[in-house]
Structures are given as structure tokens and as C-alpha cells.
Design a protein around this ligand. Structure first.
Ligand code: TYD
Length: 218
């Protein structure tokens, strides 16, 4: 279990899942629904587009090599800058924006947990605040991998046996947060995108006190 006193950021929402689980598609729909509702918001993602994230992308793309532990440190550095850097999560929340992020701490516990063991990512992420809502896109990697099979550019993690391990590591990581301050919603990401979208809009709407589901039927 993680320390009980760990902070939680209100109006900070995170989407998580194995590669190809469909979080990116849902983020776009969510951004459109939040704009239509006139809700100030910021849609972001990790790895970020900042220099730390760019370095990670080069490693994931196979251009640079790095030890698994180094990758865990880099993701933590990128997250720190994403949270506390200029124009980052804490600053945006402070000025009243809702923040929705594609991947956060759970990705490090799952992916780096599967490459270098859970202890290092647990330690490196121990101090970062939790989101108020985490939406976990649960899908069989055989299905999610078939979605990304057509992509030209493949990253080092995008192989079926590794994704199976990541899914198991997600389950293990999620269990650590059960009963904690972060609300966790699991969605069956094997369902059609429209159905997944309805569940996501309903949960985010509830979190932000908005009727987003109505906007989605336009
Ligand atoms: P992804 O969301 O798949 O980006 P894209 O759709 O643009 O390729 O993220 C890239 C990869 O980064 C993905 O395989 C998961 C991995 N990742 C980690 O290994 N640890 C982390 O902490 C994060 C945030 C991502």
C-alpha cells in the first residue's frame, strides 16, 4: 500500500491502459465535450513534448539505448517537470483548469514494473500527487495489439508478450491504490469506442460536476 497521506489533486483526471487501449481516441472526444460545455481544461499526455519526454521518445523509438532503470528515472523526471514546470499540471489546476492526462504514475508502475521490477518505479513515484479520478481502459492485449498492427512506427514496448506482462502489472499496481483517495473507474475497452466514450464522459462529468453525456449526443 502507498502512504495514506499522499496528496490528491482535484480536477486532475488520468487515463491509463496498455498500448492500443484507445485512450488517445477518447481524449479527443473528451476534449471536444469539455470545450462544448465551456469548461476550461487542458488535455495532456506523458511522455510529454518537453525535452525530457523527447529524450524518452528517442529511446522508445529504438534510436537511443538506455538501461531499464534509466528509463524509469527519465519518466519520473518528465513527470516532475510536467507537474511542477512552467505551464504544467499544478499551475493549470491552480488557475481553475481541469487537467486530463493520457498516462501518469500507473504507466510507470506497469511498464517499468515489467522491465525493471516494481520497487524502483514505486520509489521514484512515491511523492507525486495522485489524480482525483483514474480511468483504467482494460482490454486483452491480443485485441489492442491488433489495433496498432497497422501502424508504420512501432515502439520497443509494442510486442504482444510484453503487453501481456504490462496488463498483469497494471492489475498489481491498481490493487495498491484500492480503498485509497483516488477514485478508480475500470472500463471494458474491448467494447465499441462509442460505448467506452459514454462511460468516460459520464465519469468525467460526475467528477467535474458537468452534464457531459448530454453534449456527446449532439
Ligand atoms: P503512448 O501513450 O503509447 O504514446 P503514443 O500513442 O504516442 O505512442 O506512450 C508511449 C509509451 O510510453 C507507451 O508504450 C507506454 C510508455 N510509458 C512508460 O513506459 N512509462 C510511463 O511512465 C509512461 C507515462 C509511458
Amino acid at each position: 500500500m502507498l502512504p495514506a497521506e499522499r496528496g490528491r489533486l482535484r480536477r486532475f483526471i488520468v487515463l491509463e491502459g496498455v498500448d492500443g487501449a484507445g485512450t488517445t481516441t477518447q481524449l479527443k472526444a473528451l476534449g471536444a465535450a469539455l470545450s462544448a460545455a465551456g469548461e476550461p481544461h487542458w488535455i495532456s499526455a506523458e511522455p510529454t513534448g518537453r525535452p525530457e519526454g523527447a529524450l524518452i521518445r528517442r529511446i522508445l523509438g529504438g534510436e537511443l539505448e538506455a538501461a531499464p532503470a534509466t528509463v524509469a528515472y527519465l519518466f519520473a523526471a518528465d513527470r516532475c517537470e510536467h507537474l511542477y514546470g512552467s505551464g504544467g499540471i499544478v499551475e493549470r489546476l491552480g488557475r481553475g483548469e481541469a487537467v486530463v492526462c493520457d498516462r501518469y504514475i500507473l504507466s510507470s508502475l506497469a511498464y517499468q514494473g515489467a522491465t525493471c521490477g516494481i520497487e524502483l518505479p514505486l520509489y521514484l513515484n512515491d511523492r507525486f500527487p495522485l489524480p482525483s479520478l483514474l480511468i483504467y481502459f482494460d482490454v486483452d492485449p491480443r485485441q489492442s495489439m491488433s489495433r496498432i498492427d497497422g501502424r508504420e512506427r512501432r515502439e520497443i514496448y509494442e510486442l504482444l508478450p510484453f503487453q501481456e506482462r504490462v496488463r498483469a502489472a497494471y492489475e498489481e499496481a491498481l490493487a495498491r491504490f484500492e480503498g485509497g483517495p483516488m477514485r478508480i473507474l475500470r472500463v471494458d475497452a474491448g467494447l465499441p469506442a462509442a460505448e467506452v466514450g459514454r462511460a468516460v464522459l459520464a465519469a468525467v462529468g460526475e467528477e467535474l460536476g458537468l452534464d457531459l453525456a448530454a453534449g456527446s449526443r449532439e
